[in-house]
Design a binder for this molecule. Structure first.
Ligand code: NAP
Ligand code: ZN
Length: 346
């Protein structure tokens, strides 16, 4: 099946219209007619070469929502007409210890990324900035009707990437959580941590988005450009989720943790982050990372969002506005996720 898409032709080059081939629907596959695809900062890191060489042309997009258009003979968990989603991964071995424990994203044989990944048949995967995609049914999520489809798309990456560490490090009543950076991931972290019952503080570069942050569920909002923020909040937080796409002063954020507190990095900048061991030793602190979440956990997150009336704050754009959207994300001007309307690709 030949379909329309938008692709980066080479590192750092603007995205252009392209046609790509989707594989035939195999016995375990689902064909999805894409409605919306979110723009994640990871798409930008990838096509800009921040994370190393890529198999160009790359069709980005791993926040996909659409409707099932066909299913393979062995598929039982999805039906034609269902609203479904696909996130950052479309395959994993299913047999290793990590897959068996529901952590397919850490598959010991390597998970198959939704784009710029190597699929089981050896072909390169292409993502959601496209009209259709064929995905193994085991990696297709159910999107509850209670969530608007455009607002649901970013949950498939920004949602699960923040939900997973918030759950793992116990965000909930009586716990103080800080979110660094109010972008796509950050605004989901605020909504989710608030819904889990935690006390939430946003640490943003400036106070420009303060009103939004408080409306999204933050209890406090401070600017990291003001040195007083770091003295005022010293030793305060049980958990800090760093969503910043650039290098930050890790030691400064570690100093904001209480005894046994954890700073979890989900932001994945091009350059290495460094820290002073004393920043950890002083308060028995943890510095950790976290990558998306497993399939069952992603479904749990979607159901949690439906139950709590949570969706992303989105700006829906036509596919030909993607390069402009990238510029605005890079300038921290996104409020709070760009989502491509895939009907503009038809
Ligand atoms: P985004 O929408 O661009 O948000 C990042 C936010 O970081 C910005 O809105 C800005 O917030 C802050 N920021 C940007 N540049 C900064 C700088 N130089 N100094 C301080 N703060 C800065 O990006 P996103 O889509 O949320 O993604 C964030 C990062 O997470 C990216 O590196 C992405 O690749 C990564 N990611 C990781 C995973 C994972 O599984 N671990 C999954 C998805 C994405 P303020 O304006 O509020 O300061
Ligand atoms: Zn992403």
């Amino acid at each position: 099946m030949r379909v329309n898409a938008y692709a980066a032709p080479a590192a750092g080059r603007p995205l252009v219209p392209i046609t790509i081939d989707r594989r035939d629907v195999g016995p375990d596959d689902v064909l999805i007619e894409i409605e919306y695809a979110g723009i994640c900062h990871s798409d930008i890191h990838t096509v800009n070469g921040d994370w190393g060489p890529q198999p160009f042309p790359v069709v980005p997009g791993h926040e996909i929502v659409g409707v099932v258009a066909a299913i393979g003979a062995r598929v039982t968990r999805h039906r034609v007409g269902d609203r479904v989603g696909v996130g950052c991964m479309v395959g994993a071995c299913g047999a290793c210890a990590n897959c068996r424990s529901g952590d397919e994203q850490y598959c010991l044989r390597g998970m198959v990324a939704t784009y710029a990944g190597t699929d089981r048949d050896g072909t390169t995967t292409q993502g959601g900035y496209s009209t259709h995609v064929v995905v193994d049914a085991g990696f297709v999520l159910r999107v509850p009707d209670a969530i608007e489809p455009a607002a649901a798309a970013p949950l498939l990456c920004a949602g699960i990437t923040t939900y997973s560490p918030l759950r793992r490090w116990g965000a909930g009543p009586g716990r103080r959580v800080a979110v660094v950076g109010l972008g796509g991931l950050g605004h989901m972290a605020v909504k989710l941590a608030h819904a889990m019952g935690a006390e939430v503080t946003v640490l943003s570069q400036s106070l420009k988005k303060q009103e939004d942050g408080l409306r999204l569920g933050a209890d406090a909002y401070l600017a990291t450009s003001d040195p007083a923020t770091f003295s005022e909040l010293a030793g305060r937080f049980d958990l800090i989720v760093n969503t910043v796409s650039a290098v930050v002063d890790v030691d400064a954020y570690l100093s904001l943790l209480a005894l046994d507190g954890a700073l979890v990095n989900v932001g994945a900048p091009a350059e290495p982050l460094s820290l002073n061991a004393m920043s950890l030793i002083g308060g028995r602190r943890t510095y950790a990372g976290s990558m998306i979440g497993g399939i069952a956990e992603t479904q749990e997150m979607l159901d949690f969002c439906a139950e709590h009336g949570i969706g992303a704050e989105v700006e829906v754009i036509a596919a030909d506005q993607v390069n402009e959207a990238y510029e605005r994300v890079l300038a921290s001007e996104v409020r709070y996720r760009f989502v491509i309307d895939a009907s503009t690709l038809r």
